[in-house]
Ligand binder design. Structure first.
Ligand code: HEC
Ligand code: HEC
Length: 276
């Protein structure tokens, strides 16, 4: 078990198709460009262009905070939310935004504004009895949240360490951690043993896909949300999933060439995301 503030660091990747890009190209196909442009100029000025908390909850958070296999504080579960509510609105909003263990940064949606994310937190906290205000209408509260975000990011950076390989097998890591999402495809996770889900990833190559999962991508939390994992253990779990889905990837332990390629891709990715 890991401590409460051993986290999943910051960011994700946005260069594959995002829901926003999909909405955008669909709208273009429907010749909605003028309406879109109007919507964009509105969103730059009017705060009511922001989504409300129940919409964000439904679209982004419910896949983990609703019924299902992920061990998140569930919607309406007062027992689970009580200690979070006691921590305070600015604290848990900031921590969720940055990401904590299997909670991916921003809930895995890089398009969300802080106000929208904060509203979804309020939506869940109210369902568990809290009386929290809309942060979009509270400049002082928003400033407290941003301050806590910076403090959190700084604290996570200073604690970021890499544990040694304890020799966990890919199957064991999968069963204990990755299966929470990769068994049923929570939030779009590629399912173990599903050749369609893995086809593109397998074509990208073992070192790339391993590095990207390790750094984190959208709703994939960095290191699967478990800071106690070694890169080798994480990589074995990736190979375990890919090999059940048509690949023949190797255990990188002792393969200095493969490990070096994963490390170099990781470094590129982190630079690109300005994580270092
Ligand atoms: C991919 C799964 C997943 C998605 C999607 C997700 N969450 Fe979470 N969330 C979690 C898990 C797991 C935890 C528990 C983390 C822990 O404490 O170990 C959590 C915890 C939280 C917490 C408590 C943070 C703290 O201080 O401990 C907040 C707040 C939160 N989520 C908000 C949201 C919001 C808002 C959304 C949608 C915009 C969202 N989450 C989407 C998995 C998810
Ligand atoms: C809380 C949910 C969750 C957990 C736990 C989780 N994943 Fe994921 N993972 C995802 C989601 C969602 C995606 C799809 C991200 C996307 O492309 O939008 C994903 C994608 C991936 C990818 C593809 C990365 C790429 O290049 O697109 C790899 C590799 C991966 N996960 C490995 C793992 C491993 C190994 C574990 C266990 C140690 C794990 N995941 C645990 C949710 C999870």
């Amino acid at each position: 078990m890991i401590g409460r503030d051993q986290p999943a660091h910051t960011l994700w990747i946005t260069d594959r198709e995002t829901p926003m890009k999909r909405r955008f190209s669909r709208a273009l196909q429907a010749n909605l460009l003028p309406a879109l442009l109007a919507a964009f100029s509105l969103s730059a000025t009017a705060s009511d262009a922001l989504k409300d908390g129940s919409t964000v909850y439904r679209e982004v958070c419910a896949s983990c905070h609703g019924p299902g296999p992920v061990e998140a504080p569930k919607y309406g579960d007062r027992t689970a939310w009580q200690p979070l509510i006691a921590e305070g609105q600015h604290v848990i909003t900031a921590h969720g935004w940055v990401g904590v263990r299997e909670m991916p940064p921003r809930g895995g949606d890089p398009e969300l504004e802080l106000e929208e994310f904060g509203r979804a937190v309020v939506h869940m906290a109210r369902a568990a009895g809290a009386d929290w205000p809309d942060p979009a209408a509270q400049p002082a509260l928003l400033a407290d949240i941003r301050h806590e975000v910076s403090a959190r990011v700084a604290s996570l950076r200073s604690k970021s360490v890499e544990p040694a390989d304890r020799g966990m097998t890919g199957a064991a890591v999968y069963k204990e951690i990755c299966s929470h999402c990769h068994e049923t495809g929570v939030a779009g996770a590629p399912r173990r043993g599903n050749a369609d889900d893995w086809k593109e990833l397998i074509a990208e190559g073992q070192h790339i896909v391993t590095a990207h999962g390790w750094v984190g991508v959208r709703a994939m939390p960095p290191r699967g949300g478990h800071a106690e994992l070694a890169l080798e253990e994480f990589a074995r779990a990736v190979a375990h999933m890919a090999n059940a889905s048509g690949a023949s990837w190797k255990d990188p332990t002792g393969d200095a060439m493969l490990l070096g390629r994963i490390r170099s891709e990781e470094a590129d990715r982190r630079r690109k995301l300005a994580l270092d």
